[in-house]
Design a protein around this ligand. Sequence first.
Ligand code: PYC
Length: 328
Amino acid sequence: MAINREVSAMSVNKVRVVDSHTAGEPTRVVIEGGPNLGGGSVAKRLERFRADCDRFRSGIVNEPRGSDVLVGALLCQPHDASCAAGVIFFNNIGPIGMCGHGTIGLVVTLAHMDRIGVGTHRIETSVGIVTAKLHDHARVTVSNVQSYRFASGVKLDIPGYGEVIGDVAWGGNWFFLVEARGVAVSADNTAALTSFAIQVRRALNASGVRGADGAEIDHIEVFGAPSKAGAHSRNFVLCPGLAYDRSPCGTGTSAKLACLFADGKLQPGEVWRQESVIGTLFEASFTVDEKSRDRVLPHITGEAYITGESTLIFDDADPLRWGIDRQA
Ligand code: PYC
């Protein structure tokens, strides 16, 4: 099996991508020129991507071709033949498990490329198979992986803010969900929200709060009052690489649904409208499988629009051809 140990400047010099945004959050789908990750499940290939393709990741999403907020999606052959596509998501610092806005962007991209039509499609991700229903050229409902609350009433002492109490939940990524404490959840307050969320993340690490199997909780979701008519809540989501999600965050909204269900505040089939910090919306609901009544199957609906199609050039002579990777 041929696996690129590290994508070299000679072996990759042109990569074709399609860019889109979902409720303001950008996705860049790599449709041609990506690394050969060999066979096996998408989960296995994500581990090879993590180990061997970090320069490629950085070159695609980081400056000067991208930005901290951009999420990459490497389109792969699915291992499971019932799926229309496989995908590996990644951001400015590494691969991520599932991405709700990214899946909506991927589905709209596949439709733009005439690879799929209106209807329901299965997509293999590294954390499981998700289902996506394309309603028209922009609107998609993603039925995510099963989501659940892992811990509730977790108390943290945040310097400068005092005690906060929140929940740990899985929605395809690990989240700490907390009400805003003296920080307005609004588009003109993202610097203060970012520093609050960074402090929460530090406090989680310092006090050893983790997800299942010791997983790091790398997404912080802060809630405040909605500004849009019909919305139930507004959120600010700090992503692992310290960019904030412009969308209401598909996996974060899934984690929220799991917590609402666990608290008896939302029932299967009821609609939850989650507003993002910039004022965009996802509509969400969930079903519950009789066999796992402590988990919800979230359904997240949003819209994505194509913003560009391009060929990225990686020039051997360019000292920054693999992007400005702040981890390097
Ligand atoms: O929509 O799930 C999401 C997501 C995760 C990180 C950025 N967006």
